[in-house]
Design a protein around this ligand. Structure first.
Ligand code: ATP
Ligand code: MG
Length: 432
């Protein structure tokens, strides 16, 4: 094992110091779970978890009560925040064995135990190892090293029982398989297929969080294919069922677009995934958009996410033949906070079809020639000016302001005087 450069990180140093403190007091203390897996893969762990024979009280006494937060003291988990953000926070947990599970997510009780038993309660063999940073030694009671070498995600123990205990593991299995580019052990995969419909027992927030991590990742297409194959995608997004063409042809296309997406954006990926819910050629675009918004609300996504994903889905074709459109259409579209993602989706769709997007390229060239002030200049007049010209607030005022704004964006007028003159013309000789 070569812990390589992550040992120089402040996170590693902080976690190591915690292990040393516990060990000096005579307790066993080891790195556990995901951080061991990441170290062995040569990746820098996102966070370090420490497993110890010390009970929560002892952990808090040793590390300092003011420096520790009992996040799940009943389960033996104590959080130790670092003194700087670079140190991260380390979760220190007493070796434990889980009792009966309730509500498909949580055990009713835990029992403190040996590291060998603690390994058995973890989800997958690759996540079930310990590492002794003082002896520089891996402690593997579940065959995790072999599965890591063979690139297999395998449930520890009886897969069906493990997924039955905690349904979040269904999504974690797919996430680890896809993001590491591993294979699913066949018995584990079969158990997922048999349990997939129970994923709805997991809170929508946790489902959305797992989906975000998968959709952000470059291997998002692989993740979605696996979600589909195992029956998890239909269970999570029943709204999409029946919308794909024969033999899931449209899904295949969407997966290629997801694969080609050049940005790590869950919003862009969601927009691609949900595209069948929004068919622009259909007259009831508003209703279609509201279906998408309802789905995202059901997953308790933030208002910002709902707005962004909705905008991206509704504007999926907005870049078509961009060069032939008036500046007052082009500028607001390209000035939108999500336009970069829209261009990325357009590029990915073209790439998936074996072409390049002339529209995206034209848009990028256009953007490179424009100043922010050209893209979104301050308005030349306001509603007060229109009111002063005798038009009360209402639809006619809005139309006049829009016409003047369009003329400004089209670079037909650029001064307040010109705007007021145009206003007079529009009032005295309104468009038919
Ligand atoms: P990542 O942090 O990259 O998502 P991870 O495996 O470190 O992956 P964590 O949520 O940080 O995931 O959990 C740390 C460890 O706790 C896991 O490696 C695993 O051993 C155990 N664990 C986490 N969630 C579960 C679960 N739902 N069931 C069983 N064990 C779990
Ligand atoms: Mg982790």
């Amino acid at each position: 094992m070569n812990p390589a450069d992550h040992t120089t990180s402040q996170r590693y140093g902080f976690a190591l110091a915690i292990v040393r403190t516990l060990r000096s007091a005579g307790y066993q203390a080891l790195f556990a779970g995901g951080c061991v897996r990441d170290q062995l893969l040569g990746r820098i762990p996102k966070d370090y978890d420490v497993a110890t024979s010390a009970a929560p009280e002892q952990i808090m006494n040793l590390l300092g009560r003011h420096r520790t937060v009992p996040v799940g003291a009943a389960f033996g988990v104590v959080m130790v925040p670092g003194s700087t953000p670079a140190e991260g926070a380390v979760e220190v947990a007493t070796f434990r064995s889980d009792g009966q599970y309730i509500d498909g997510r949580r055990p009713t009780s835990v029992r403190f135990c040996s590291p060998i038993e603690d390994a058995q309660r973890r989800d997958f063999t690759i996540n079930g190892m310990f590492f002794d940073p003082l002896a520089n030694e891996v402690l593997d009671y579940v065959g995790g090293q072999q599965d890591l070498q063979q690139q297999v995600v395998r449930a520890i123990g009886d897969p069906l029982a493990r997924f039955h205990e905690d349904k979040l593991r269904l999504l974690r299995a797919v996430r680890f398989t896809a993001t590491f580019g591993f294979r699913l052990d066949p018995a584990t995969e079969q158990a997922i297929c048999r349990t997939c419909h129970q994923i709805t027992q997991v809170s929508v927030e946790r489902i959305a969080q797992e989906m975000r991590r998968m959709l952000e990742h470059p291997e998002r297409a692989l993740a979605c294919r696996l979600l589909q194959q195992t029956g998890l995608l239909p269970a999570i997004l029943p709204e999409l069922q029946g919308l794909d063409g024969p033999a899931g042809s449209d899904l295949t296309t969407r997966l290629s677009i997801l694969q080609a997406l050049p940005v790590e954006s869950a919003e862009a990926a969601w927009a691609i995934l949900l595209q069948p819910l929004f068919q622009p050629q259909q007259a009831d675009a508003k209703r279609r958009l509201s279906l998408i918004q309802a789905l995202l609300r059901r997953l308790k996504m933030s208002n910002q996410e709902i707005e962004d994903i909705g905008w991206l889905t509704a504007h999926r074709s907005a870049l078509d033949n961009l060069a032939s459109r008036p500046l007052h259409d082009i500028k607001p579209l390209l000035n939108h906070s999500c336009s970069r993602l829209l261009l990325a989706i357009n590029d990915a769709a073209a790439h998936a079809a074996g072409t390049v997007s002339d529209d995206s390229n034209w848009a990028r060239t256009f953007l490179s020639t424009q100043t922010p002030d050209q893209m979104n200049p301050a308005p030349l007049i306001s509603g007060h000016d229109v009111a002063a010209a005798g038009i009360p607030p209402g639809p006619q005022m809005r139309l006049l302001l829009q016409q003047i704004r369009n003329a400004q964006l089209d670079e037909v007028i650029s001064t307040q005087a010109a705007a007021l003159q145009l206003l007079q013309q529009l009032i005295t000789a309104p468009n038919p």
